[in-house]
Design a protein around this ligand. Structure first.
Ligand SMILES: [Zn+2]
Length: 139
């Protein structure tokens, strides 16, 4: 818990929100600045900045929630699909250092642009990073 954190305040209900699910480990709310109608935020209750700091058990619960929301979007909102993303760090666009998972319903021609543009990266660089990934890392 960080007393200055917006998401911790939502979890502690110091800031009112549209809560659509709550468990011991996370809370799901409607984003009040939605990218699309029905945009949800899954907020782990532990104040951790990066998704890599979430425990395996909580990750498993969040995975089930993502699946539940995706089905809810299709059934209740008649969406045609969904997008999900996590911004880890300011360089990724994270504004509050508390990990949140965005789950966004998608509609035909909704105009939401989450298309990832290809960067200019050479095949040699790809091979270098591949070698780093498959080489056992020292802990
Ligand atoms: Zn927090």
């Amino acid at each position: 818990m960080d007393e200055n954190c917006l998401f911790c305040k939502i979890i502690n209900k110091e800031i009112p929100s549209f809560i659509i699910n709550e468990t011991k480990t996370f809370i799901t709310v409607l984003d009040i600045n939605p990218a699309n109608l029905g945009h949800c935020l899954i907020i782990p209750k532990e104040h951790v900045p990066f998704s890599s700091m979430i425990t395996k058990e909580v990750y498993n619960e969040i995975s089930k929630e993502i699946k539940r929301l995706s089905v809810l979007f299709l059934r209740v909102l008649k969406s045609r699909g969904s997008s999900m993303f996590i911004a880890n760090g300011g360089v990724a666009g994270q504004r509050v250092p508390h990990c949140v998972i965005h789950v966004i319903p998608r509609y035909l021609e909704d105009g939401l642009n989450l298309n990832i543009q290809a960067n200019e990266i050479s095949e040699e660089e790809i091979k270098e990073v591949y070698a780093k990934f498959i080489t056992p890392q020292k802990e």
